[in-house]
Design a protein around this ligand. Sequence first.
Ligand code: ADP
Ligand code: MG
Ligand code: MG
Length: 204
Amino acid sequence: MKLQLNDIRNWLELSNQLMQENRSYLIELDQAIGDSDHGINMARGFQEVITKTQDQNYQSPSDLLKDVAMTLMSKVGGAAGPLYGTAFLKLSMAWKDKNEIQVNDIKEGLQAGLDGIKQRGKATTGEKTMIDVWDPVVQLFKDDENVAPSTIEETAKRAMNDTKELKATKGRASYFKEKSIGHIDPGSASSYYIFSALATSIKG
Ligand code: ADP
Ligand code: MG
Ligand code: MG
């Protein structure tokens, strides 16, 4: 299992496709426990990522991911922009000067991304945010570096669905208090798409 520059481009393309396809669904999720813009934010942000990066020649995955981070920070509004921006910036930093990202690098990069999200959002596991998808995926790599791509996809999906039962204590959804229970967290769904796209790109 490894990733090269073109695999990472593929990851971003697939992530963008999933954000466009599920734009309405993400809006719906955010309608229930937020301000209805998550689908708009993510679809716009990932489209901008593709527009910005597609014709550029990057020396390394790290250079590409730095541009991704900057684009997400500046083009995705709301809470999610700075959080995803931070995650991709941490990936870029973790993979600096590496042309081939090995499984151990994936583990360390995702861990750094998760830590970055936690720090930036001052949040932790169990608060009904995207962290509740990132955390179990990082744990998979810690348990066994040679995790199958299908396991990454399944774990992220299950974790997304499990946010339904949680009560939100961070972000806009926390205003809904007990009423946030029973709804999937929108950021957990977009994170699921990102990991689903990653799983496909690792496979291919
Ligand atoms: P906003 O809430 O500002 O409208 P979005 O709707 O784009 O921004 O993103 C909301 C998502 O961001 C939530 O579903 C949640 O997953 C994530 N989120 C919000 N606040 C935090 C936080 N403090 N830490 C981690 N993730 C958060
Ligand atoms: Mg929102
Ligand atoms: Mg908003």
